[in-house]
Ligand binder design. Structure first.
Ligand SMILES: [Zn+2]
Length: 476
């Protein structure tokens, strides 16, 4: 048994004790009130610091995050012309023996001209080259990479839609895989994640089986919720769910060129076939409108009580959908994008009111269910960066994307724990520090309730992460 003493369970100001037996929290209160001998106890002194439910990353891409660890980050490069790109690659020092040269975080929209396969061939890099776009949805390559992956460029548009070649390339990037997996897992537990949601739109049974392997080898500590790619739902008939690895909603990434009727037919088929919760890649206000309109106006009879998740919900307009504010609608925002991509939004956002991007505060005010996801690796997954950015909406270059309403830290932490748990139906067992719940919790190095300044959030650290009652991380 573990006994946490002097624990300020957020947002209480009073220190308490928490008793953990096996995987569960069995007592919270004054330790004097229970009768247990000290010898059977592992006592953990929280020193009046905050104890929080472990963070739940409501939307992320673990395998891409692992793969990016052996890839060069371009997100701080601002390419304004082909010449900039040419010079960057010309000056780049890299190991000539590499089988593959990988990049991520690339942005080409500041360029006035198209980038072709020939352009990347002309860089004269004699190694297969894979360059992922900032959003992860597009990939640029040279011909060597196409050959290496046994792909024919004639069958593909360029840049290549990553959904189409995702599997080919993820198999190729297995160099250093186990080493990177270790780093990734140690980051997760250091950051205090006790559950993560893999939100891949092309998630299939093979990927699920990979997670089963990783779980039985104890290579990934947090509990994993696995969304099913909408084209793979029939592969998941007889799956054994357990607390450590379980099936989440079905994930849809709908082509933005489909019209309302086409989307309606597609969704209707799915809703009849499966009772599973559903999640949508929903960034633009147009796509958000189409999805909500079709589900609630045309297909509501097929919804029953399933959860409906809008992933990103970037341009969600809270006052517009009050009529549909059903208890099962969840907005899964990525406020960390304001830090990571905010400067890009400032330069490129035209039609949509920029202050209303990721409108968490207003959405909460109006009573919507708001959850949070980092979308790592396409956004930073340091949870304290996420919390700070949700509060202050400051970009990498220190610009502020102001919103009308301000949010408080309590609401952010709720979105990052219990609301995310509700959005994957685990709120009965996780998402808060309560008697009877799973012992998924973290101890911070401060009392986050009484920080003098928001900027102290960025210096906050997790000093102890407990998942399913087990200490997975302790800072030394
Ligand atoms: Zn995503």
């Amino acid at each position: 048994m573990k006994l946490l003493v002097n624990a300020k369970i957020f947002s209480s100001k009073r220190p308490q004790s928490i008793l953990i037996q096996n995987e569960k929290i069995i007592f919270i209160g004054d330790f004097k009130d229970i009768n247990i001998s000290n010898d059977s106890l592992e006592i953990i002194d929280c020193k009046n610091n905050s104890v929080l439910p472990g963070f739940i990353d409501g939307h992320c891409h673990p395998f891409e995050t692992i793969s990016n660890l052996s890839s060069i980050d371009l997100s701080n490069e601002s390419f304004r012309s082909k010449n900039d790109i040419y010079n960057f690659f010309n000056n780049l020092k890299f190991n000539q023996d590499l089988k593959l040269l990988k990049f991520h975080g690339f942005e080409h929209r500041y360029l006035n001209s198209d980038l072709s396969l020939k352009f990347f061939d002309d860089l004269n890099i004699n190694i297969p080259l894979i360059i992922k776009h900032r959003t992860g949805h597009l990939i640029f390559t040279n011909s060597l990479a196409m050959k290496y992956a046994k792909l024919n460029i004639k069958n593909l548009e360029y840049p290549i839609n990553s959904m189409e070649i995702h599997k080919k390339f993820s198999d190729l990037s297995s160099e250093n895989y186990y080493y990177n997996l270790k780093i990734y897992n140690s980051n997760l537990i250091k950051f205090g994640y006790t559950t993560i949601v893999d939100a891949g739109a092309s998630n299939d049974i093979l990927k699920f089986e990979k997670y089963q392997e990783l779980k039985s080898a104890k290579s990934l500590s947090p509990n994993i919720c696995f969304m099913i790619g909408s084209n793979h739902i029939n592969e998941f008939q007889n799956i054994n769910n357990n607390k450590e690895l379980f099936i989440g909603p079905t994930k849809f990434m709908i082509n933005e060129y489909l019209d309302i009727l086409e989307i309606e037919n597609l969704l209707k088929k799915h809703l009849i076939y499966s009772k599973n919760d559903i999640a949508f890649h929903a960034i633009s206000s147009e796509m958000i409108f189409k999805i909500i309109h079709i589900l609630y106006e045309k297909l509501s009879i097929l919804l029953s009580d399933r959860n409906i998740r809008l992933e990103h919900a970037t341009e969600f307009i809270p006052e517009f959908y009050l009529k549909y504010q059903s208890k099962n609608l969840f907005l899964i925002y990525n406020p960390n994008f304001i830090y990571d991509h905010g400067d890009f939004y400032i330069e490129n956002q035209d039609e949509f009111e920029i202050g209303s991007l990721f409108n968490l505060a207003e959405s909460m005010n109006k009573g919507y269910n708001v959850g949070l996801g980092t979308d790592a690796p396409f956004g930073n997954y340091n949870p304290f960066r996420m919390i700070f950015t949700a509060l202050n909406r400051i970009t990498k270059n220190n610009k502020i994307i102001k919103s009308e309403t301000k949010i408080n830290i309590e609401d952010i932490l709720k979105s990052f724990s219990i609301n995310n748990a509700r959005a994957i139906n685990t709120n009965g067992t996780t998402g808060s520090v309560n008697i009877g719940k799973n012992a998924d919790l973290i101890i911070l190095n401060n009392d986050i309730n009484s920080l003098c300044d928001d900027s102290e959030i960025l210096n906050t650290k997790v000093i102890h992460t407990i998942i399913n009652g087990k200490s997975e991380y302790k800072s030394c």
